[in-house]
Design a protein around this ligand. Structure first.
Ligand SMILES: Cc1cc2nc3c(=O)[nH]c(=O)nc-3n(C[C@H](O)[C@H](O)[C@H](O)COP(=O)(O)OP(=O)(O)OC[C@H]3O[C@@H](n4cnc5c(N)ncnc54)[C@H](O)[C@@H]3O)c2cc1C
Length: 241
C-alpha cells in the first residue's frame, strides 16, 4: 500500500516493526522494494512502533517508540491477515480454533488423523494469493477424487523420472504424459501477444509435459491466465475422447 499511495502522490512514511520489508520473502526482494520506495521519495523507518496516536483537528500526531514524532493527514495500519477459523468447530477434531490449518502438499490437514480434512486457499497460509488458492483448489479436488476412487496419488522421485519412448528391454512402450505442443505448431495467440510466446517456447524447448504445466501458476489477474484457459480446454477435450 505504501507503493500505491506514494505513486498516487502522497508523502509516505513507512514504519516497520522488523528490520526489513516483506520478511516472508527472500531478503533481496524486500531490499529491492525498499530501494524503489526510497527512490520514489518515501521515508522508511525500521525497528520502530507507534507508542501513541491522537487526532487533533485534521491532523494525526504520532509518538514513536524511538522517541520520534510524526504528524500526518492519515494513518494506514497494515497488520496482516488472520484466519477466520474461530467458529468452524475445529476444537471437535482436536485443532485450536482461530489458527491457520497446516497442510501437506496434497492440501491435507496434517494434524487430523485419517487424511480426510483438506484446506485450500488463504486458510493454510501457504501462499495468500487468489491464483494460488485456485491452484490449491484444483490440487485438493484431484486428491479427493483420487482417494475416493482408490487410485494412488502421483508419486515423486529423486531424481525426477519420466519417459516418452520405449527403453530397450525395459517394458512396454508408453508415454508417461503427453508432451507439450510440438514446436512446429503455430498457436494463434502468439500473433496476438508476442510476449506471451515466451512461456510456451520454454515449455516446448524444455519438453515439459502438459501435466507439469498445471503447476506453472499464472498470477491473477494477468493475461498469462490465457495459458490456464488453454490447459482447461485441453483437459476438457481429452476427457471427451
Ligand atoms: C486488499 C487485498 C487485495 C488483494 N489483492 C490481490 C491481488 O491483486 N491478487 C491476488 O492474487 N490476491 C490478492 N489478494 C489476496 C486474495 O484476496 C486472497 O488470497 C484470496 O481471496 C483467498 O481466497 P480464499 O478462497 O482462500 O479466501 P476468501 O476469499 O477470504 O474466501 C473465504 C470465504 O469463506 C467465507 N466464510 C468464512 N467463514 C465462513 C463460515 N463459517 N461459513 C461459511 N463461509 C465462511 C467468507 O465469507 C469468504 O467468502 C488481496 C487481498 C486483500 C486483502
Amino acid at each position: 500500500m505504501a507503493t500505491a499511495w506514494q505513486a498516487l502522490g502522497s508523502e509516505v512514511v513507512l514504519l516497520a516493526r522488523g528490520s526489513r520489508l516483506l520478511p516472508h520473502l527472500e531478503p533481496f526482494a524486500g531490499e529491492l522494494v525498499a530501494e524503489r520506495l526510497r527512490e520514489a521519495g518515501a521515508d522508511l523507518r525500521f525497528g520502530v512502533t507507534v507508542s501513541s496516536a491522537a487526532r487533533t483537528g485534521g491532523e494525526v500526531r504520532l509518538a514513536l517508540s524511538d522517541g520520534g514524532r510524526l504528524t500526518a493527514d492519515e494513518i494506514l495500519f497494515a497488520t496482516g491477515r488472520a484466519p477466520r477459523t474461530g467458529d468452524l468447530g475445529l476444537e471437535t477434531v482436536g485443532l485450536p480454533p482461530g489458527e491457520w490449518l497446516t497442510t501437506d502438499d496434497t492440501l491435507t490437514v496434517t494434524a487430523v488423523p485419517g487424511g480426510w480434512l483438506h484446506a485450500a486457499g488463504d486458510v493454510n497460509r501457504r501462499a495468500l494469493l487468489t491464483h494460488q488458492g485456485k491452484y490449491q483448489a484444483r490440487i485438493a479436488g484431484a486428491v479427493i477424487a483420487a482417494r475416493a476412487c482408490g487410485t494412488p496419488l502421483d508419486s515423486a522421485t529423486s531424481p525426477a523420472l519420466s519417459s516418452t519412448t520405449r527403453a530397450t528391454g525395459a517394458g512396454p512402450a508408453r508415454s508417461s504424459s503427453p508432451a507439450a505442443a510440438p514446436s512446429s505448431a503455430s498457436p494463434s495467440p502468439a500473433r496476438a501477444w508476442p510476449s506471451s510466446c515466451t512461456p510456451v517456447t520454454v515449455a516446448i524447448t524444455g519438453e515439459i509435459p502438459v501435466e507439469r504445466l498445471w503447476h506453472a501458476v499464472p498470477p491473477f489477474p494477468t493475461i498469462s491466465e490465457v495459458w490456464l484457459r488453454l490447459l482447461e480446454t485441453y483437459r476438457y477435450q481429452r476427457a471427451r475422447l
